[in-house]
Design a protein around this ligand. Structure first.
Ligand SMILES: C[S@@+](CC[C@H](N)C(=O)[O-])C[C@H]1O[C@@H](n2cnc3c(N)ncnc32)[C@H](O)[C@@H]1O
Length: 347
């Protein structure tokens, strides 16, 4: 490994990851092996998710633009991709941890659903204090760290069921959210660095975004006819936490107090084809790369043909990959059913 590669590797090591459905963290080296052969300086990660791809490319010196319609994804990107200098100091931390007389919204709404009373009272306190930070990047770090703490303290990292089902007694489940939060702040502080570029994070529906980039990376939810790819349903609690539930209408009759999922054209068969086509047309002057899987629609052949309408050279790379959780759970262990991950590159 060269000295430069060593420095990149070291910085990437600071990425404060958690479980995220469809995260590319396990196959990032295989993706990079292909993208590294393509020339580009600016990149749009149009469906950022955990932001592992955007952060990786920031480490590689690219000007990175990220987008996701989930605000907690956006805030994480703002904290460590757009932000190059701000940190949470000890003084900031003491402001966030100080006691206050908050309205107890989280306690009143989510008592006995996901966390202990001690944990949710901490969330009410911290959430209010974070609102009062007056620097947008400090606020982003604090919120991203709070989200990470909540995910760490949640079995399987999702919010679709109440109680502690799947609690395997691992150490993360034994710590308080406050402990996770303090650890996460340290990790996020370390992840902040300057790559000399003006990186930018967006929080829009990708259909409505229009930015310029040499290379566009598309990793939308994979549409499979028999399972849902609804990110809001899985992550509603941390999304609500970041937005302070402002503008969200909680469905009071639901056991986990979720709100109505954000609509995505990538979640329905009758809209997924045109959604891809519109993105291809919009970014026809950029190199277009797509991650998609073999058990999803459009099929490999269909997607290749659709991309070929706008790009003269389309290559498809196969990456062997079993998901650890999410839509493909039932396929794990059956070698005949191994889901293949594809990387399409259209030039
Ligand atoms: C497969 S995940 C991306 C995973 C990401 N590449 C990673 O490695 O973590 C898909 C993401 O698309 C987002 N998403 C779905 N529909 C969207 C839309 N219409 N506009 C913007 N984001 C959308 C979801 O919130 C989710 O974070």
């Amino acid at each position: 490994m060269s000295k430069e590669e060593g420095a990149i590797h070291k910085q990437f090591h600071y990425f404060p990851g958690t479980r995220f459905m469809g995260s590319k963290s396990k196959i990032i080296d295989q993706i990079w092996k292909r993208l590294n052969k393509v020339e580009f300086n600016t990149v749009l990660d149009a469906f950022g998710g955990s932001n592992v791809i955007g952060y990786f490319l920031k480490c590689h010196g690219k000007k990175v633009i990220t987008n996701d319609f989930l605000t907690f994804s956006y805030i994480t990107s703002k904290a460590i991709i757009e932000n190059s200098f701000e940190n949470i100091t000890e003084k900031d931390l003491s402001v966030i941890l100080k006691s206050n007389s908050n309205n107890g919204f989280i306690e009143n709404t989510f008592k006995d659903i996901f966390y202990s009373l001690e944990d949710i009272q901490f969330l009410d306190t911290a959430r209010q204090n974070i609102s009062e930070l007056n620097n947008e990047y400090k606020k982003a770090i604090a919120l991203a760290a709070l989200v990470r703490a909540c995910v760490k303290k949640r079995s399987r990292g999702i919010f679709t069921f109440s109680g502690e089902r799947y609690n395997d007694g691992r150490i993360d489940m034994q710590k308080t959210i406050k402990e996770h939060f303090k650890e996460s702040i340290k990790l996020f502080n370390k992840a902040v660095f300057d790559n000399g570029k003006k990186n930018k994070s967006y929080n829009k529906r990708t259909e409505l975004l229009k930015v310029k980039a040499d290379l566009v990376y598309l990793d939308p939810p994979y549409f499979t006819p028999n399972s849902d790819n609804d990110y809001t349903r899985r992550y509603h609690f941390i999304e609500g936490l970041v937005k302070n539930w402002e503008g969200l209408i909680i469905q009071e009759h639901t056991a986990v107090k979720k709100f109505e999922s954000y609509k995505s054209p990538f979640s329905k068969k009758d809209t997924v084809y045109s959604a891809f086509d519109q993105l291809f047309e919009k970014y026809r002057n950029s190199i277009i790369t797509i991650s998609y899987s073999s058990n999803s629609l459009p099929s490999k052949g269909e997607l290749k043909e659709m991309l070929g309408k706008y790009k003269s050279k389309v290559t498809v790379h196969e990456i062997d990959h079993s998901y650890s959780f999410g839509n493909q759970n039932h396929k794990i262990g059956n070698p005949n059913n191994r889901v293949k991950e594809y990387l399409f590159i259209g030039r």
